[in-house]
Design a protein around this ligand. Sequence first.
Ligand SMILES: [Zn+2]
Length: 414
Amino acid sequence: MSRILFSGANLLDGENPAQPGQTVVVEGDQIVAVGSDESIPHRPDDKVFRLEGASIMPGMVQAHWHGSYRGLDFEPPPVGLEKPPGYLMLLAATQAKLALDHGFTSVIGAATGDALDAQLKMAIDDGIVPGPRIMASGRWFITTGDSNDLPEFAFWDIQAQGSQRYCDGVDEFIKGVRLEIREGAEIVKIFMDGGHALLHGSDFVSMTDAELRAAVDATHDRQKLIRCHVTAKRAILKCLDAGVDVFDHADRMDRECIDGFIASGSFVCPSLYLTKAIIATLSEYGDENDPMVIGLRADYDHMLEVLPQASAAGVKLMVGDDWGTAMTPHGDYIKELEVYVNEAGIEPLEVIRWATKNSGECMQMGGGLGTVETGKLADLLVVRGDPSKNISILGDPDNLLAILKDGLFVKQSL
Ligand SMILES: [Zn+2]
């Protein structure tokens, strides 16, 4: 089999600053050589691409993914029941392809109904439809009356669960986790408190300590990951204590939480663009004194201050947001990265590291994903220009000159 050889590349390996004049060689689904142009010998049958003025970097990972969300507003129907499952699967497939076309060669589920992630993953892996590598989520877990359990739900008497599974008590959490994993979930999603656009403020606690620990232990016993919507410091510390793997949002993290994230090696997905979008939308309608806006604004300002500290300290931050609301349409993915660079003042290289090395590690591929190194899976982007100088370059798919997943071209316009 002939190799694919990219030479003259500006290499962004997912870890280090840009290095010009580099060669990357792909054979099968793997990167088999990386080094300066002079140091890598060519073979006669290599398929060579000379990358003038272009960068090569790892495929990105969207680490908070709801594939079937589309146009959800402030009063959505029960999520996962907006449309029949077949329709939602078509949305999931279409939007997964959109993510791939934007350079996200992997996505990590953050909850879905009807096992859409797991079933779409099967179809993608079998070559039925194109799409990114998926770490599948299942339904999210809610307790009776928690932040997602809207008051009107009590009167609707809906039998189907949509994207949420009700659990109360340790035994129900254990059974629920096992059922989701049986349907294909590789990452379980629970809610520990409110905040971050949810009905209740972040002082609200959804789960008892015993329920939290039962969910975490039941997940880990089956060798899967567990992610938790959590915003308040008190709830973050409870989740750290219980062993949660991925912290969604963590808006009220402080130094003690940062130390905890580092000690535990857990991942944090801030999803800050949703907060920005809600503040902007509600303010536009004259609701800037709405308690939700005031709370979100305080959380947002706090995050702009604390995120650079968390990043500098080495917390494994990731990119990924609630795409598919009316304010955050799928495809706008770059806007989240721009918040971290333009508003929190974090270097583009660092945010690229979140989107590649950190989230690649979270994908649990035995260390094989997220950086451009010999022996890694060949998920690669060839990008016009240098995203470590201007992150916004990554927002225009026309700037993605090539996309490879598993060593195969998904796109090639070199
Ligand atoms: Zn979400």
